[in-house]
Design a protein around this ligand. Structure first.
Ligand code: VAH
Length: 314
């Protein structure tokens, strides 16, 4: 039985749907502090839950005989800068609570998302290696770096089977993301269709590593299904897929919407984006558990514009 904590979020919503398709609706318990999409709420069991309430989580684990936990609840980079202490509390105490449940043998396996935000402005920017300088300058990045090494500690010291991925920016249309620096790459499609124009909060040449949600969900499940022996890293696996700038994205959108206009008004989020890598070396994931992305910028743009159009019409 699988428990998703943070199932109403951008990744949680789609991961819940995919896991239910694979394992059966009743075998995947969704939980969050607030209800999620109609599709997610109606397709299987849901429990209201505070991700920092370890006893509450244990109660749900026992009630449903949970064996695997995907802990996706977190405060992302932009929101975390506005509420540093709350972000640290949510991002860290939720992880330490779930790691303890695994150490106490209440659950068998844990997935915890890290991020390319663990890298900072002193990290080599291009094709950032799996092992390199990591001096994050955001609360979110600090919490993800610390969390990765807690995961590694619990694995080394207590044999906990916890697995983690350093996600790049993730692009999706089903659930609006909450407070990420890379959210421009989602907003741009909605605004292009609705208003024919987009005011970008990053500068036009800000190159960032990104991936499509379908690839992110597939990679997550692939890592969790990998043989123990193949999971050679118990910090977070670099995952890159593709990388692009807002300008390159606008050019791709113009192939579908020739009159689309973009303007650039960098704000405080530019500083966060500028501290992150431009592209990622994810060869460790490709070697250890056959990671392979499917969606490039052209495919993502076609998918996003098609789905947003039909969704908004419905
Ligand atoms: C954010 N979407 O922007 C997240 C992610 C690498 C970016 O961690 O904060």
């Amino acid at each position: 039985i699988i428990l998703i904590i943070g199932a109403s979020g951008q990744i949680g919503n789609e991961l819940t749907q995919e896991l239910r398709t694979i394992y059966g609706n009743s075998n995947v318990i969704a939980s969050d502090i607030k209800e999620g999409s109609e599709e997610m709420m109606s397709s299987g069991p849901f429990e209201m839950m505070d991700a920092t309430d370890k006893e509450g989580i244990l109660g749900i684990v026992k009630k449903h005989n949970v064996t695997q936990v995907y802990l996706l609840a977190a405060m992302l980079s932009v929101t975390a800068e506005k509420h540093p202490k709350k972000a640290w509390d949510l991002n860290m105490n939720s992880l330490l609570g779930v790691l303890d449940l695994a150490k106490e043998k209440h659950i068998k396996q844990v997935f915890w998302p890290s991020s390319i935000a663990v890298f900072g402005s002193t990290t080599p920017k291009d094709n950032t290696p799996q092992k390199t300088i990591m001096e994050p300058s955001t609360v979110y990045g600090i919490s993800k770096l610390s969390g990765e090494f807690w995961c590694n500690y619990y694995h080394e010291k207590y044999g906990v089977d916890v697995r983690s991925i350093r996600y790049p920016g993730i692009i999706s249309w089903k659930t609006k993301p909450g407070g990420g620096t890379t959210d421009y790459a989602i907003d741009i499609y909605f605004k292009a269709l609705k208003e024919g124009a987009y005011e970008c909060f990053l500068s036009e040449n800000t190159r960032l590593p990104m991936m499509y949600m379908n690839d992110a969900v597939a990679a997550t499940i692939q890592l969790m299904q990998a043989k123990h022996i193949d999971v050679k890293l118990r910090t977070g696996y670099n995952l890159g897929a593709i990388d692009f700038t807002p300008n390159e994205m606008a050019l791709e959108i113009k192939k579908h919407l020739p009159d689309f206009k973009i303007s650039y008004h960098p704000d405080f989020r530019q500083e966060i984006a500028a501290s992150w890598p431009s592209s990622i070396d994810d060869s460790a994931a490709r070697t250890d558990w056959n990671w392979q992305h499917k969606f490039d910028l052209s495919a993502i743009t076609t998918e996003m514009l098609k789905n947003i159009k039909t969704e908004s019409i419905v």
